[in-house]
Every structure is written in structure tokens, then in C-alpha cells.
Design a protein around this ligand. Structure first.
Ligand code: BES
Ligand code: ZN
Ligand code: ZN
Length: 476
């Protein structure tokens, strides 16, 4: 480790442990760094170390140090070094925390931390980039773990970059274009359904939302098939792709409306997941369905009180045009079922109510099937993305009663995240299904030491992990 050539070598130091190497001993002694999580101390010209700098990075208590902490530590360290224009970075893993999971997490943290949503900043002088990140560990062969971490983190950044695109530049059909070029780059099949096709399929709920915008809608379908082995399961990933949510005729307040470009974060996550899945090649068939629309109050927009017929045949009274996500997802879920998906997972920035319930820390998770719920929760845990199970009992269905149609698209004041999920459940029908409400977690309002402000790229890692782990537990 001492011999590694780099602009900087990151060395984790643990609380209450005496790290003697890399010049840390005296500094710990002097109290300059205690090893608390995300403390950073940059040293120059450390005797016996080839790297130009050593960055001592607090890792907290060694017993509590897990891959999630590793991801944050690597992210914070890389962001700090990047701000100092360091281009080549190495990270030393101590033998106790040098398994494949830790190595993947370190790489993920580094790549995620390095990402900056600065595409539209024109002052190139301000832009710094890290060109090289090396994991240094004794023993075990960590090559595959590093590759896996890189693929997943790059896919997550791909999703983040899409979410950050402004709605004037990323229209529904631009999402479709981005999907097509991603699919062709990674050898996936891609199909885009236009409004004529949607009309033929009877997607009245999706088309109703699209009416208010001059931008035509698009339903993106991307298919991955495992090369060999018979996969009896077929996972459908359905992502909300509202490129801008003005609320429509039930228009939103101006304050903060600019954030509503992120309303396609669920769709972007599905594209990111497919990008990684194409490279990692799990043993299960996966198809992504991304209904893309712009929710606008144009002169042909749907109105409160309108009744639309969804592809499933159910009629919906549109009480509030701002509850548009569930409308487009309804038809996408029906289409996914008709396409033969045996399991469905959707992700959507669906409700403000989920932010009230869980804040910005946990994804709200709803399910109509215990097995799939456990699978997704397990994948989330190992991917280090926090999710919390929410109730979805049949009694909530009463909240969605409409006097004039089969159901209303909103359920009144209380339990908004639950009634939204309940609405979707009507369209998942008897297919095992999990709904992820990511309204509180897809966007970071203030940057963290390890992650830039803006899109987070959740839940790409969980979805990839879900697909990768599928064959391991065929009993579910
Ligand atoms: N895209 C929003 C969800 C949202 C709202 C995310 C606020 C972040 C902050 C969604 O389409 C929406 O507008 N939902 C409404 C539903 C309501 C009209 C029942 C909401 O949550 O206010
Ligand atoms: Zn809305
Ligand atoms: Zn929305």
C-alpha cells in the first residue's frame, strides 16, 4: 500500500483504534482526528508513502463499519480530493473490511461521489474530474467486485443525469431517444409505443394525462433476456416518466415547481437498472416499461370531473389532474401484465404524502405479495438503499370510491401515499407486485459530503440486486 503511486491515498481510520501507519499515529494521539464518521484530514509528503498525499478518513467504530458506511466514506473522500483537483486516487482497504461487498461499495461510493450535475455550467475552469480510482487490498481477488461496483454506480449516475435534464430539453420523446441509444449500446431490445398505438390498446388513462401537452407521449419498452437457462419468472420494471409535472388544470403552486422535472425519476431508475442488467446478465428475464408524458394544462387538457377508461377496462373519475402518476402507471401495469410479466416492481415519485410519512430517508414500499416484498426488502438492504414497508389493506379501497366511475384517482386528505398505492393495486390485479414511492428519496435538497445536491439515482442498486439475486432463491 505504501508503494502505490497516486495523487492521494485514502486511509480509513477507526474510532478508538490506533492506526500507526501513514503518519496517523501522532495525529490521533494529538486529537487532530478521532476517526469519527466522515472526518477528513489531508496530509502531504508522508514519509515512506509513494502517494503524493494521504487522506485520513474517519470510519467510525470498526464493529459498525459496513458496506453502506464504506460507500459514504469513499464518496466523501473522493469529493474532498476532487475539490482539491486531485486526479488519481487510491483507497486502502484494511484486511478486516476487504471482502467483495466492501470493495464494490468503495467503488460505488467513489463513482457516485464524483458525479456532479454540472452539465450546463459553461465555466470549464471550475470543473474538476477524477480520472482514476484504485482499490488497494491485500489477499482476495477483488477484480469482479470492483467491476460490479463500477457498472452499478455508472448506471446509477446515468439515471441521475437523465433526472437532472431540464424538461425543455428532455421531453417524453427525448427520453425514448435516450432509451433507444442506451439499449443499442448495451445490446437490449427497445420498442417505443406512440399515441396511435396507445389508442389502439385502449390506454385511456395514459392518454388522458398526455392531452394537456403539445409534447406527444411515449411508452418505452426495453427487454433483457438471459442467454441460457430457462427463466420461469419474468420481472417487469415499471417507472413513472412524467418529464414535467405542472399539475395540469389542478395546477401546482409556483414555489418549488422547478423540481418537478424530477417526476421521471422512477422511469430513469428503470433505464439505469436495465443498463446495468445488460452488462451483469442475471438469469432472469427483465422488461422495463416507462410511460413518458408531460403533465400540462394546455387547452385540450383533461379536466377535473373527466372520466377515462383504462386499458384494463376500469373507468376512472379524474378528481385531481395532479394525481397523474397513478393514471399513467395504471395502463403501464396492465400492459406489463399482458406482456407476460410474472412479477412487477414499479418506482414512482408518486406522492407528497410519502415525504410526510417517511421524510427523505426511506422509500415507501407497498406490496400485494409477501414473497416479493421480502425479496425487494432483502435486495434493498444488501444494496444499501433504505426502504420501509407500508400498509395496503383492502379497507383502504373505500377511500377511492367515485359516485360516477369505478374509482376516483384521489382518496381524500389522509393516507395519501397509501391510497395512491391502493389505486395502483387495482391494476396490478393478481400479479405479485411491489410499489416504491420515491418522491422523498429521488432528490437530495442539499448536498451531502458524499453526494451532490440533486438526483440520487434511487432505487437503481436495489433493482439490479433484485435481478442478480433472483436465481439464488427460486423458491419464492
Ligand atoms: N409528482 C407528484 C408527487 C410529488 C408531490 C412529489 C410533491 C414531490 C413533492 C404527484 O404527481 C402529485 O402531484 N401528487 C399529488 C397527489 C394528490 C393530488 C392526491 C400530491 O402528492 O400532492
Ligand atoms: Zn402530480
Ligand atoms: Zn407527478
Amino acid at each position: 500500500m505504501e508503494q502505490v503511486e497516486a495523487g492521494a491515498l485514502i486511509v480509513p481510520v477507526f474510532e478508538g483504534r490506533k492506526e500507526e501507519r501513514f503518519g496517523a499515529g501522532d495525529l490521533l494521539e494529538a486529537g487532530e482526528i478521532a476517526g469519527k464518521p466522515l472526518e477528513l484530514l489531508l496530509l502531504h509528503h508522508v514519509a515512506g508513502v509513494a502517494a503524493t498525499r494521504v487522506l485520513l478518513a474517519g470510519a467510525g467504530k470498526a464493529e459498525k463499519f459496513d458496506p453502506a458506511e464504506m460507500r459514504k466514506l469513499a464518496g466523501a473522500a473522493v469529493r474532498h480530493l476532487k475539490s482539491k483537483a486531485v486526479k488519481s486516487i487510491a483507497m486502502a482497504l484494511d484486511p478486516e473490511h476487504a471482502s467483495a461487498d466492501f470493495a464494490s461499495a468503495a467503488v460505488e461510493g467513489a463513482i457516485l461521489g464524483e458525479y456532479e450535475p454540472d452539465r450546463y455550467k459553461t465555466d470549464d475552469g471550475e470543473k474538476k474530474s477524477v480520472d482514476r480510482f484504485t482499490v488497494v487490498a491485500a489477499g482476495e481477488d477483488l477484480e469482479d467486485a470492483v467491476t460490479r461496483g463500477r457498472i452499478v454506480a455508472e448506471a446509477q449516475n446515468f439515471a441521475r443525469a437523465l433526472v437532472n435534464e431540464p424538461a425543455n430539453l428532455l421531453t417524453p420523446n427525448k427520453v425514448a431517444e435516450a432509451a433507444r441509444s442506451m439499449a443499442s449500446e448495451y445490446g437490449l431490445e427497445c420498442q417505443v409505443l406512440d399515441s396511435e398505438r396507445m389508442e389502439l390498446l385502449g390506454m385511456g388513462a395514459l392518454l388522458g394525462v398526455a392531452r394537456g401537452s403539445a409534447e406527444p407521449p411515449a411508452l418505452v419498452v426495453i427487454r433483457y433476456r438471459p442467454r441460457e437457462g430457462k427463466s420461469t419468472s419474468h420481472l417487469g420494471l415499471v417507472g413513472k416518466g412524467v418529464t414535467f409535472d405542472s399539475g395540469g388544470i389542478s395546477i401546482k403552486p409556483a414555489d418549488g415547481m422547478e423540481k418537478m422535472k424530477y417526476d421521471m425519476a422512477g422511469g430513469a431508475a428503470m433505464l439505469g437498472a436495465m443498463r446495468a442488467i445488460a452488462q451483469l446478465k442475471p438469469a432472469i428475464a427483465v422488461t422495463a416499461f416507462i410511460p413518458c408524458v408531460e403533465n400540462m394544462p394546455g387547452s385540450r387538457a383533461q379536466r377535473p370531473g373527466d372520466i377515462v377508461t383504462a386499458m384494463s377496462g376500469k373507468t376512472i373519475e379524474v378528481i385531481n389532474t395532479d394525481a397523474e402518476g397513478r393514471l399513467i402507471l395504471a395502463d403501464a401495469l396492465t400492459y406489463a401484465r399482458k406482456q407476460g410479466c410474472t412479477h412487477l416492481v414499479d418506482a414512482a415519485t408518486l406522492t407528497g404524502a410519502v415525504v410526510v410519512a417517511l421524510g427523505h430517508l426511506n422509500v415507501g414500499l407497498f406490496a400485494n405479495d409477501d414473497g416479493l416484498r421480502e425479496r425487494v426488502l432483502g435486495a434493498a438492504k444488501s444494496a444499501g438503499e433504505r426502504m420501509w414497508p407500508m400498509p395496503l389493506e383492502d379497507d383502504y379501497k373505500d377511500y377511492l370510491k367515485s359516485a360516477f366511475a369505478d374509482l376516483a384517482n384521489v382518496g381524500g386528505r389522509w393516507g395519501g401515499a397509501i391510497t395512491a398505492a391502493m389505486f395502483l393495486k387495482e391494476f396490478a390485479e393478481d400479479t405479485p407486485w411491489v410499489h416504491l414511492d420515491i418522491a422523498g428519496t429521488a432528490w437530495l435538497d442539499e448536498s451531502k459530503p458524499f453526494l451532490a445536491k440533486g438526483p440520487t439515482g434511487l432505487p437503481v442498486r436495489t433493482l439490479v440486486q433484485l435481478a442478480m439475486g433472483w436465481a439464488d432463491r427460486p423458491e419464492l
